[in-house]
Design a protein around this ligand. Sequence first.
Ligand SMILES: Cc1cc2nc3c(=O)[nH]c(=O)nc-3n(C[C@H](O)[C@H](O)[C@H](O)COP(=O)(O)OP(=O)(O)OC[C@H]3O[C@@H](n4cnc5c(N)ncnc54)[C@H](O)[C@@H]3O)c2cc1C
Length: 418
Amino acid sequence: MSTLEDWIKHGEELRRPLLVNEKLSESKTVVIVGGGLSGMCCAYRIASKRPDVKVILIEQSDRLGGVITTWQDGAWLCDLAVNATRPHPAFWRLVEDLNLASKFTPSRQEAKDRWILMSGKSHKLSWRTMFKIGPIKLLKSVRLARRGGASVAELIPNKLVADALCLGIVNDTANNVDADFLMPSLTKYGSNPPIKKSKLRKLIAKSYPIFSPRPGSIASLEGGMQCLTDTLSEHLSSLSNVDVQLNKSFKSPVSVAESHGVGLESVIWAAPGLHEDYAESQLSIFAVGYRNEQVSTVKVGYGTLIPDVNIPVSGILHESDLHNSNRCPDGHRLFRLMVPHNRWDGQDESILACAESLLAKQPELFAKIGERKIPKYPPGYMKMIAQMDYQCSYVGWSVSGVSITHVVDEAERIAELF
Ligand SMILES: Cc1cc2nc3c(=O)[nH]c(=O)nc-3n(C[C@H](O)[C@H](O)[C@H](O)COP(=O)(O)OP(=O)(O)OC[C@H]3O[C@@H](n4cnc5c(N)ncnc54)[C@H](O)[C@@H]3O)c2cc1C
């Protein structure tokens, strides 16, 4: 049973299950497979709390950080994956513990607005969106979704709004996404807090160690999100009980346990592979930059979601509007385009033409900066993982939550068990 103190510390993350073997905390050696943010945070939190426990962190590539990378070309700077964090006390604690507080700033207030492009028109996301969906219809569908296992399309009975939200978070359309996974507080998945949501929110707001975020704001790091994983990596190297092993891959928890002479209960799997039906979608990421005067008619804001499958771009993020730290040369603006592969003909020219029609002609910068894969979370997913029998522990965004606040908080919750 979670206490009020637990809820203040972890907030709504407590709705998400920890897939942890109950004997993990008895281990003298913990082996973590996967050196993304999740594996790194688990290693950092466990090793810092228990200097007597040896922590081995195994990563298949030649660098730590996983999907998080920040691309740079001169003064242009753009994250490939996550670029900012929603307010969550666990993320604030991590930034403070890594001595990154001076580089951590709230997003710009004037860039709060988000839009959805619907039938060629821009709709601003706000309480009015409720009327687009239909409040009575929404109430009915929320009630039905609370039975569990519904899709986001069933939860939000407006296809364009539901698709836009899902595309913006998991690069998939709403009928393919589990509502309990994406919006557990709306479907009331898991346990409920012991006090009213509004009271809890106030108590959480008082607990932030660096600054109290304003409602609706997010926060980011100078130098992009890679600053976080690079700093974590430095901290891990300075801990004498941590052994980081790069360029090493293991097929399964059993193979890593056998090769390290530990029981399965001492393995934390922070890589894909929780279940047999695991699948991913793919997207490409483009950076597009303009001089201010070229894009003077583009409103300052967070960005636009585009559910229309006939347009190859599913989202435009206004990178330089959003962050307080620099993302482009003076007098310029930087936009990031998300391009799902199932909507794209693979030609860069198609994306350039799309950017020119949605933003402005002849960008000063147009570059494909990378590709990423995103796990799929089909309807019924949370029900399925809650019933699974697991012998090692599973963490990360391919398990019970997609956001960085989830993986950072999950690592704290696991370290608390030690
Ligand atoms: C385009 C994009 C945009 C995003 N935007 C946001 C956002 O706005 N807000 C937000 O909160 N989150 C966002 N995210 C999600 C966020 O980036 C993830 O939650 C987080 O980075 C996941 O970290 P992880 O360690 O769980 O996974 P990963 O980063 O995928 O790390 C897994 C690691 O395991 C390694 N590995 C895999 N298999 C093996 C093996 N067999 N042996 C050894 N190593 C292995 C991989 O090489 C990798 O390094 C976004 C992600 C993407 C891709």
